[in-house]
Ligand binder design. Sequence first.
Ligand code: 3HC
Length: 293
Amino acid sequence: EGADGTPVPTVKRPVSSVGVVGTGTMASGIAQVFAQAGYDVVYVGRSQEKLDGVVGYVTKNLDRAVAKGKLDEAGKDAVLARLTGATEREALADVDLVVEAIAEDLDIKLELFRDLDRICKPGAILATTTSSLSIRACADATARPADVIGMHFFNPAPVMKLVEVVTTEATDPDVDETVRALCLATGKHPVSCGDRAGFIVNALLFPYLNDAIKLQESGAASMETIDTAMKETKLPMGPFELLDVVGNDVSLAIQETLVGAFGHEGWQPAESLKQVVAEGRLGRKTKAGFHTY
Ligand code: 3HC
């Protein structure tokens, strides 16, 4: 038994190679996680420039580990050697598991899942790291909904241990068990959750983040004071700092999904959140968000 009393999962569908679709922060972090755990990773992006960005992200993180004496140069080279970039999705034909981390937009995801259905070998597990869209909708875009599952990583993926494993009524229990076993094999902590907008963490976290913005808008306290106050409660980051880490565009999309799903009037996205997104102040990734970097 595991720590929470549930049986320890075992790999029911062997996985040695992993495909990652996307080249953003989450995709880069997920590629790093699997490569560091010894899996061969094929990552797919739309241009060579974007593929280079993934290598840049992983190299920077590995260099930091080398500088701290946690990894040697040979270990770093071994991780990088397990990463293979491709600009064509056809490169995913032979992988055992695909994790997609492309734009948080249902139509874009559905188009991808139709492609994965066409390209991937039978028995491959097709996972989405969507943070708030319907896993079942992705599953139903394929002729193999039993192979589709949610694998929701957190930002920064190489550091955050939590992975929400989201099953639908169609998901094969062997797929669920294999994915939870893979999480453990990559040093992650899987939690099981049903297919519901926001799953566990975002359903609770984003109304809090959005309320933090509204509190600042009300003039009751500054961003800096709110961040400081919440960190004093032992949260690792204040809400504005965390919004900038997650990305304000992503945060706005999640908040809009939650409003759409549950309709709480008080959950309408804060005006300043819409404004920073409209101004392109997306957070750390654009060097400016609520704070400037
Ligand atoms: N990428 C990779 N590694 C990173 C990193 C990054 N962006 N930032 C920090 N690290 C590593 C450091 O190298 C260090 O590694 P080590 O322990 O092996 O030496 C370790 O993380 C700790 O880093 P630091 O000591 O420099 O800094 P902190 O102690 O402040 O930790 C943090 C950084 C882990 C990011 C911490 O501030 C934190 O936990 N923040 C909250 C993160 C969070 O809540 N994320 C969830 C957001 S919600 C979400 O993702 C859902 C999605 O759907 C939007």
